[in-house]
Design a protein around this ligand. Structure first.
Ligand SMILES: Nc1ncnc2c1ncn2[C@@H]1O[C@H](COP(=O)(O)OP(=O)(O)OP(=O)(O)O)[C@@H](O)[C@H]1O
Ligand SMILES: [Mg+2]
Length: 447
């Protein structure tokens, strides 16, 4: 059984051998190297397939290469963040309907085939990771987040089935990362695992070590889990709100038919702030709505001299020319630069209206304060669920790409002190932990 970490941004598949060694399926990168991580993106070319034939998508690095080579086409990213959304069932590409599960299956199948080819795995059984709470589970209409999480997990499992897996098990991502930490522990400890990804931040408090490993039933080792549906993508969203959206008209006011000032169409700017939504703006239904907005504003402009439609036209240009993912890359690049630099410059020249902004780490940290507060609250929640204080934690392990954000790390150094904090395997710890757990499950099933 392989371990498969389907991440919002990066995915990876791995297999743990009888010797306890974890091997990853490797993928070619645009830079010509081989990498264990696989970007969780899909690309559909601009060119329509012949009538009656469904368009086919590339996944991962090939999708990125196709998008950059072609200079367009539909690039879908952060698809995992739609799993809990009941309103997003499908999308249309060149008139063909794709259910979300079908889209995810393209990515999962690619990882499955790579594992089969490189790791000699039969490709039928998988241990999948899942976040403690899926993005948007908190938005469920009935307020029942648990139900939304179960719905999302069901869809993830269905996607794996469509990708060709017949035996599918699921484990919390931070519990998987814990298995990776445990492999290196020489005595039993109470460990806090914190995994900050692209879509979600997931925590667990868990007893790990050689004694614990001897227990037949490990469920009691998990003291508590907690999760927040904000992570790297939400930090990118804050940069969009502060640096990109204002240049594209956010904050300007339109006028209602009765002449009242109206804040400018929120849903448009909200879509710019969430990569999973920006990916869908090119969908005919949404693009039509955007066009109607521009026309409406244009008519008003003639009578009232308002120029809001010009800003909206830039957004239509962004969508129609498939520039959304290029913008996302540039925003992400500036965020990553701020993890090591004191300031960064965002440059985006692809639009008729050029975007430029230089900002410091301090400004960034004020923009992301709401996310930091949520993470802080989740830590309180985790410790409360575990019925312990920060002092009882022997070790903290930080992982996931967004754990490299200094303000995120600072949350932990402030609470636990630098000496208790370890980190590593930012993009691979969940997949290798899943592979270790998968091997154990298999061993248990055979004995
Ligand atoms: N050096 C860095 N500084 C800041 N952020 C970073 C850095 N490197 C990666 N990231 C961010 O980490 C995120 C990706 O991390 P990771 O691969 O762990 O997420 P994921 O597993 O795909 O998502 P999830 O677990 O939420 O489904 C992205 O938002 C990326 O921008
Ligand atoms: Mg992850």
């Amino acid at each position: 059984m392989i371990g498969l970490d389907f991440g919002t941004t990066n995915s990876a598949a791995a297999l743990c051998g009888p010797d306890g060694e974890v091997r990853f399926a490797l993928h070619d990168t645009p830079g010509g190297e081989r990498s264990a991580t696989f970007r969780s993106v899909l690309h559909f070319p601009t060119e329509r397939p012949p009538l009656g034939i469904a368009p086919t998508a590339w996944a991962g690095p090939r999708a990125l290469a196709a998008y950059l080579d072609e200079g367009g086409g539909r690039l879908l990213q952060s698809l995992k963040s739609h799993l809990a959304s009941r309103t997003l069932r499908e999308t249309f590409v060149h008139g063909h309907r794709f259910e979300l599960e079908d889209l995810l299956a393209v990515i999962l199948r690619e990882l499955r085939l790579a594992a089969m080819a490189q790791l000699g795995d039969p490709g039928s059984a998988v241990l999948l990771g899942r976040p403690v709470h899926f993005v948007r589970s908190e938005e469920s209409a009935s307020g029942a987040a648990a139900e939304a999480d179960a719905f999302a997990e069901g869809r993830l499992i269905e996607a794996a089935r469509r990708a060709g897996f017949s035996h599918i098990e699921v484990e919390f991502e931070p519990v998987a990362a814990a298995a990776e930490v445990e492999a290196r522990l020489e005595r039993d400890e109470l460990v806090l695992i914190a995994d900050f990804g692209g879509g979600t931040s997931d925590f667990c408090l868990i007893r790990l070590g050689p004694e614990q490993r001897r227990l037949a039933d490990r469920r009691a080792s998990v003291v508590a889990v907690a999760g927040v549906t904000r992570a790297g993508d939400a930090l990118d969203g804050r940069i969009v709100r502060a640096q990109v959206a204002p240049a594209l008209g956010l904050g300007r006011e339109g006028l209602s038919a009765e002449g009242h000032a109206l804040p400018f169409p929120r849903w448009v700017y909200a879509s710019l702030e969430r990569w999973e939504d920006l990916s869908l703006l090119a969908e005919p239904r949404r693009l039509d709505a955007l066009h109607r907005l521009v026309q409406h504003e244009e008519r008003k402009a003639r009578t009232e001299g308002d120029r809001t439609h010009r800003f909206l036209e830039s957004i239509v240009y962004l969508v129609e020319n498939d520039l959304g993912h290029l913008l996302a890359r540039e925003v992400e690049r500036t965020k990553v630069a701020l993890s090591t630099e004191g300031s960064a410059t965002l440059r985006f020249d692809a639009l008729p209206r050029r975007l430029r902004g230089t900002f410091g780490r301090e400004a960034f940290e004020t923009w992301i304060a709401p996310e930091i507060e949520l993470l802080d609250g989740a830590l309180d929640d985790l410790l409360a669920r575990g019925g312990i204080g920060a002092g009882a934690v022997d070790r903290v392990f930080l992982t996931g790409g967004s754990s490299l954000v200094p303000r995120v790390r600072a949350l932990f150094t402030e609470r636990f002190g630098a000496e208790r904090i370890a980190s590593g395997g930012e993009l691979t710890s969940v997949a290798s932990g899943l592979a270790r757990l998968a091997a154990r499950h298999e061993g248990a099933a055979q004995s």
